[in-house]
Design a protein around this ligand. Structure first.
Ligand code: NAP
Length: 312
């Protein structure tokens, strides 16, 4: 099968850690160019300083993966759709819901494939958990999402600027699993966000959720960005029949009553590109905004408290 040519826009950590190597071993895609403000090329491939240059110089490339921070994404995706390109977007999709909805409408109007990736959803353990909760119901969910900002976003000041999400940048990965596995809609009941005195976005977040049932399950989440002892990306669940589920390692491992039932190496980005190929083959978009909406609700509901100043 012929490989589809794709260009990556924004050559930062995630482009280098995942997109470039995964495209490199894909039998469905071939990296044809990069767009990098700093001029970062991949091997001997053409590199352009702006997307406009790419579209002008290599019009035959009709697929782009946008791997910038969410800030510039709305305009970049608009520009790509206007140029007739199919688009894959990194998470979180945009800084606001209005921007996201605009992109969904614009992609539809242009008849192009728009793919909103939520990488943490691409795990068998997540899918198995979703099936179990659909059958057994749910009594409680506790999300515990802790990692080091210094390790995962070294020197990236955009995460601390307004619209940069703070610890909710990784936290939205947990919410993308949560909204995928829950058998009913969930709502933010209360939230507390601790913001370093010298920054604009939270370093520590606690969220309480509810369902439409006043006597529904107990649901909560904690995100922290100062965990220097390795990552804790865990979701503890009690099902409606009393079984204890533990989704661990970012959704790659599922334990049931203490026994490991699913454990697979993370192949999230391999699966993302398989899914993208499928969407391109069938001309369909995949644009789930639920995790972003839930997070936006948390920001609307949050009590804000001051935390210690943060410096790299
Ligand atoms: P990053 O290292 O800061 O890289 C982003 C790149 O985008 C920059 O290096 C820059 O590359 C380009 N860029 C274009 N416009 C920019 C702007 N206005 N401000 C800053 N950079 C701009 O960020 P990242 O960690 O790769 O994260 C990018 C996206 O991937 C985020 O939405 C993040 O949530 C998501 N993500 C990150 C991780 C992770 O482990 N860090 C994991 C999964 C998903 P050029 O100079 O080449 O243009």
């Amino acid at each position: 099968m012929d490989k589809r040519s794709i260009a990556i826009i924004g050559i930062g950590k995630i482009a280098r850690d995942q997109h470039i190597p995964v495209i490199g071993k894909s039998d469905r895609f071939e990296l044809a160019a990069t767009v990098s403000q700093r001029g970062i090329a991949e091997a001997s491939l053409p590199v352009f300083r702006s997307a406009a240059e790419l579209y002008r110089e290599m019009p035959e490339i009709d697929i782009v993966a946008i791997c910038t921070p969410p800030g510039p994404r709305h305009l970049l995706v608009r520009e790509a759709l206007d140029a007739g390109k199919h688009v894959l977007m990194e998470k979180p999709p945009t800084q606001t819901l209005s921007e996201f909805e605009d992109l969904v409408r614009h992609g539809e109007a242009r008849g192009l494939v728009l793919f909103q990736t939520w990488h943490s959803q691409y795990n068998d353990a997540v899918e198995r958990t979703r099936e179990i909760l659909a059958e057994e119901g749910v009594r409680s969910v506790r999300i515990d999402w802790r990692e080091s900002v210094r390790k995962w976003h070294p020197g990236q000041d955009w995460v601390w600027a307004p619209g940069g999400f703070g610890v909710c940048d990784p936290g939205i990965n947990a919410l993308s699993i949560f909204t995928r596995i829950m058998p009913m809609p969930v709502f933010v009941e209360h939230a507390q966000m601790a913001v370093p005195a010298n920054r604009q976005t939270p370093v520590d977040v606690e969220i309480g959720f509810r369902t439409a049932d006043a006597h529904g399950p107990a649901l909560s989440a904690h995100f922290n960005w100062l965990e220097e002892d390795g990552e804790v990306w865990t979701i503890a669940i009690e099902t409606g029949t009393g079984r204890q589920l533990s989704l661990e390692r970012g959704g790659t491992v599922l334990k049931i009553d203490g026994e490991t039932r699913v454990a697979a190496p993370s192949e999230e980005y391999e699966r993302i590109y398989e899914r993208f190929a499928e969407l391109l083959d069938t001309g369909r978009s995949d644009v789930d905004g639920t995790p972003l909406r839930l997070l936006a609700d948390a920001f609307m509901m949050a009590e804000r408290v001051e935390a210690e100043p943060f410096d790299w």
